[in-house]
Design a protein around this ligand. Structure first.
Ligand SMILES: [Zn+2]
Length: 96
C-alpha cells in the first residue's frame, strides 16, 4: 500500500458518509480522527453534470461544470436529499 492507501485503509481515521453542507465535499477533524464525506453533494453535482452533457452536447467541460455547480447551489437541502435518496437507496442495495 502507498501512503494514501494506508491513510484510507490502515489508519486510525474514521470515515462517515453524511450530509454536511452545500459548501464542501468533505471535512476533516484531526482531534476526532474523523473524515466526513458529503456524498450527496458529490452525487447531485454529478447527476446534473451528466444531464447537462446530454442537454447541451456542444458545451465544453468547464461550462458544464459551472452550470452543474450553479444549479446545485440553487437547490434547497431538502431537494438535494429528496433527489439523492433514490440513488442512496440503490447504492445501499449493492448498486455500483
Ligand atoms: Zn463532464
Amino acid at each position: 500500500m502507498n501512503e494514501f492507501e494506508v491513510f484510507l485503509f490502515d489508519s486510525e481515521w474514521d470515515f462517515e458518509f453524511c450530509w454536511t453542507s452545500k459548501k464542501t465535499y468533505g471535512t476533516i477533524n484531526p482531534r476526532k480522527s474523523l473524515v466526513k464525506i458529503n456524498i450527496r453533494l458529490m452525487l447531485i453535482e454529478t447527476l446534473y453534470h451528466e444531464y447537462y452533457h446530454t442537454k447541451y452536447p456542444s458545451f465544453d467541460e468547464s461550462a458544464i461544470e459551472r452550470m452543474a455547480q450553479t444549479k446545485v447551489q440553487s437547490l434547497s437541502v431538502s431537494e438535494i436529499i429528496r433527489i439523492t435518496d433514490k440513488f442512496v437507496a440503490y447504492w445501499g442495495k449493492g448498486g455500483e
